[in-house]
Design a protein around this ligand. Structure first.
Ligand code: G3P
Length: 228
């Protein structure tokens, strides 16, 4: 399963690229707006930080198919590398998805709330579909179940489109999505940190350090080898 980070904050992206095995970065107009800065420079800076191989997903704001296609090509030209254009699902969005797919562009169909939206987006040529887990939970639906059924449906029909589950608020949601066989999740950096931290782990590390120091003092293993 791939972990992707859902942010346009350059400091957070730098940190995640340095420390975590992330497969890329996703953004949307809300996330971009939070940075309140030059849009084109921002997405180019993200590409510079993550390099050409990690995925960068950037969303269009146009609503007509021709305009979506135009924006997609401009975005691809600006950021290059492993680029996915995010298109919210709609009639025009599906039309644009087919056009872009036939042009060889990679598409992530986003704002998915139902299994059938996901299936139709896949058939239109989307490489990823992005269902919104927490927003589904918030409307008393079941985000994990919707994602699981999309994953199963794609398997049953031998559809190569991958599922990129998005919109998370809890570690439990992420874990259940991972157990469903979902291909990828995009999560904000704060939530990513909560996935790796556990107080019992810190307790164990503190114990190791105390036991080591009781015999070897503050000498590290490297210092012992170097005879210092
Ligand atoms: O990219 C979509 C995702 O960021 C939505 O997340 O937290 O706004 O529901 P959220």
């Amino acid at each position: 399963m791939m972990y992707i980070i859902d942010t346009a904050n350059l400091d957070q992206i730098r940190k995640c690229v340095e420390f975590y095995p992330i497969a890329g970065v996703t953004t949307n107009p809300t996330i971009i707006s939070r940075e309140n800065t030059d849009f084109v420079k921002l997405i180019k800076d993200i590409r510079d930080i993550i390099g050409p191989d990690l995925m960068l997903h950037v969303q269009v704001t146009a609503s007509k198919a021709d305009d979506i296609v135009k924006e997609a090509l401009l975005l691809k030209e600006a950021v290059g590398g492993n680029f996915y254009v995010k298109i919210p699902i709609s009639q025009e969005g599906l039309k644009a998805t087919s056009i872009l797919h036939n042009m060889g562009m990679k598409v992530t169909e986003t704002a998915i709330f139902t299994q059938q939206q996901a299936l139709i987006a896949a058939l239109a040529g989307a490489d990823f579909v992005a269902p919104y887990v927490n927003r589904l939970d918030n409307i008393v639906s079941d985000g994990v179940q919707v994602v699981s059924e999309i994953v199963d449906m794609f398997k049953a029909h031998d559809i190569k489109t991958k599922v990129l589950a998005a919109s998370f608020k809890t570690v439990e949601q992420i874990h259940k999505i991972a157990m469903s066989g979902c291909h990828s999740v995009t999560i904000n950096p704060e939530l990513f940190e909560t996935l790796t931290y556990h107080p019992m782990t810190q307790y164990a590390i503190d114990d190791f350090n105390a036991d080591w120091e009781s015999v070897y003092g503050r000498k590290s293993i490297a210092q012992i080898f170097e005879g210092k």
